[in-house]
Design a protein around this ligand. Structure first.
Ligand code: ADP
Ligand code: MG
Length: 273
């Protein structure tokens, strides 16, 4: 089932236009084992989409397919299309960095470069994706990204300290700031709070809510309250009895939690499995 929206969201002035990411009939394999079966989902511009479902149902695999990380696994295969505003990110004529530059990723375990300074961590993403920026613009970019990541006030007097010296929650916000430096149009987050304490989790949820005005966000979460709080659109993945993962139900978050159509969705969102 593919979610649809009737209203339109527009980007903040000066920002890149908000992007819609459209996954069409995505199937995925590791070797001969099929782990996703014809998953279709439209992740609309300016929305937060939450991917929910039990462990092993293919949420991380799906997320990695959305920015071409899946193909880093030698045994991985893929069918289907991922369209960013109608353009296939897997088009062989397009360079891999084109996709990565537009689609950032934040992982479950905060992974800043530990010995690199906070400042250099933020600009590191630029180098990795080949984005060039004038030296004079770097300070402003670092400040902007740390503000958006919700970390600026805590670190502005120690930008030269190593990223590894921060707390877990601060490290994750640093990773968010680093992913924002390339000015992605889509931000993918794979259980970004599951290694964090409740206070850090709250701060990151507030950050997500603010970022949603300028970046299309897709977040995998095991925390149903979190999915409910941060997302406007939701997709429930399930891999039943060893079958490959598929979407059971997707749509408006309020409706998925308040009046799910499928009994399995109702059971899952109410914590019955
Ligand atoms: P989820 O994120 O929902 O827990 P995953 O996408 O991580 O699920 O995994 C889906 C299935 O794919 C699981 O059965 C998992 O064991 C398998 N899988 C994930 N990554 C790999 C890999 N690199 N090689 C082989 N199998 C994998
Ligand atoms: Mg996962």
């Amino acid at each position: 089932m593919t979610a649809t929206w009737t209203d339109e969201t527009t980007a903040a002035p000066g920002a890149a236009p908000l992007a819609t990411l459209d996954a069409r009939a995505i199937s995925a394999w590791f070797g001969t084992r099929k782990v996703l079966d014809r998953v279709s989902l439209t992740m609309r511009a300016g929305r937060v989409t939450a991917l929910i479902g039990p462990s092993g149902c293919g949420k991380s695999t799906f997320l990695r397919i959305l920015n071409r990380m899946h193909e880093l696994v030698p045994s991985a295969q893929l069918a289907g299309e991922v369209l960013l505003d109608g353009v296939d990110i897997y088009d062989t004529g397009r360079r891999l960095t084109d996709a990565r530059r537009q689609i950032g990723m934040v992982f479950q375990k905060p992974n800043p470069f530990p010995t690199m300074s906070i400042y250099d961590n933020v600009v590191a993403g630029l180098r990795l994706t080949g984005v060039k920026i004038r030296r004079a613009d770097k300070d402003a970019l670092v400040e902007e990204c740390l503000i958006k990541g919700g970390l600026w006030r805590e670190v502005k007097d120690r930008l030269r300290s190593p990223g590894g010296a921060l707390s877990g929650g601060q490290q994750q916000r640093l990773c968010i700031a680093r992913s924002l430096a390339i000015r992605p149009r889509v931000l993918l987050m794979d259980e970004p709070c599951s290694a964090l304490d409740p206070t850090s989790t709250r701060v990151i949820e507030e950050t997500i809510a603010e970022l949603a005005a300028e970046v299309t966000i897709v977040i995998v979460t095991h925390n149903m309250q979190q999915a409910h709080r941060v997302s406007q659109q939701c997709a429930f993945f399930l891999a039943e009895n060893g079958a490959p993962g598929a979407i059971v139900e997707s749509g408006d978050t309020g409706q998925m939690f308040g009046a799910p159509v499928d009994q399995r969705t109702a059971d899952y969102v109410n914590g019955r499995f």
